[in-house]
Design a binder for this molecule. Sequence first.
Ligand code: SDX
Length: 396
Amino acid sequence: MAAKQQVECVKEGNYIRVPKGLVNVIVDETKISGVDPKGEATIYRGYTIEDIGEHASFYEATHLILYGRLPCDEELKEIKAKIDKYRGMVPEKIFDALKYVPATHPMYYGIYGVSLLGQYYAPDWRFDEDFLYDHALRVTAQLPVIFAAGWHLARNGTFYRPDPTKDHAWDVLRMIIGREPSEIEARAFESTLVLYMDHGFNASTFTVRVIASTLSDLYSAIAGGIAALKGPLHGGANEKAMEMFLEAQQKAEAKGVPLYEYIEEYIKEKLAKKEKIMGFGHRIYKLHDPRTDVAKKYVEKLKNGDYWMKVIKKAEEVMWNEKKIPANIDLYTGVLYYQLDIPIPMYTPIFAMGRVVGWSAHYIEQVLNNKLIRPTEKYVGPTGLKYVPLEERCKK
Ligand code: SDX
């Protein structure tokens, strides 16, 4: 029987005991983004996330998250020029290194590749703002190239080189799927990068801030963020959600019924076995994830949109009726990336291609107003034991 979950903060002598998982614990302030439990006012630097997700380009949203304001035309030209230039400047030896990685989960290529970037760019790390923002733009531009190149190099020894003359989102999607995306495909993909860009103190962002607080470099912090995002309770859910729909589709076909009818039975079976349904639930959103409103509009516009929206809506209906749990962004992006012909294991790397901007902004905010993040613990193990030599301590 799991120990009863502590839900309140409790003073214990000079210490404060907080709930496991830091549930509802405010650990610091930030001006970058805030997540509204009601899902009505999740904020990106003063704007709602759905407003920016719907209307902003990747360059505009990156400028907003990093610098705190939407760019004017000169600033927009400058940030676009830098991101596009840096996208084409990944050190060649990194592609050579990626030739020898095994065909494993591509999140490892990001952890490995960004660590290699750190070896090139971070030996003499500094904390002046121009230096920090320049590396934030470098890693924003180059991480997608590393993920896409790693995916193709590990599987067939070749990859699609970046084209710095093209728009960032369009070029990144092309490098992943190996064909030129249509305008609506590129815009749908770009909007998910913007929607994924930041989200308060989620697990991977908090990981980045802990690493930043030790005054390590940005590339090391991003490697930690990618490692945290890989977990299915956090970033990995978009892959699992699509795998779930495809498994259910196979079973529905075997039964000769449409998926949108069968999905109810399928979900209820999993819930009966106490399994979690990926793409549903959230630590903060208990009613609605506003990002789904924007992602939904693109699912409807992409191929088989009506079919997938019927399935998603039915799944949402079942989860609300059974558990009062709403869908989160990953349910929609899982379907959207499938509609874009993206290989399923690349879904979470794409989450990282957007979140790298937020991670970079939080890294900079942390180091410019830093206090080492080091909580304490309540030791509840044995005490008073004394060392006993092997021959005495393991007597049969
Ligand atoms: C994102 O933090 C962020 O901001 C994340 C994110 C971001 O942008 O960074 O927004 C990204 O949204 C991804 C979240 C993707 N993860 C998933 O879709 C995985 C499935 N979701 C769950 O694992 C869960 O909802 C969490 C981990 C996301 C949040 O869970 P909490 O807050 O830790 O709560 P919990 O796991 O204790 O669940 C409370 C109850 C439990 O039931 P009881 O044991 O009390 O009976 O709700 C149940 C859970 O079993 N529950 C679910 C469920 N989510 C919660 N039951 C079935 N399916 C689910 N998805």
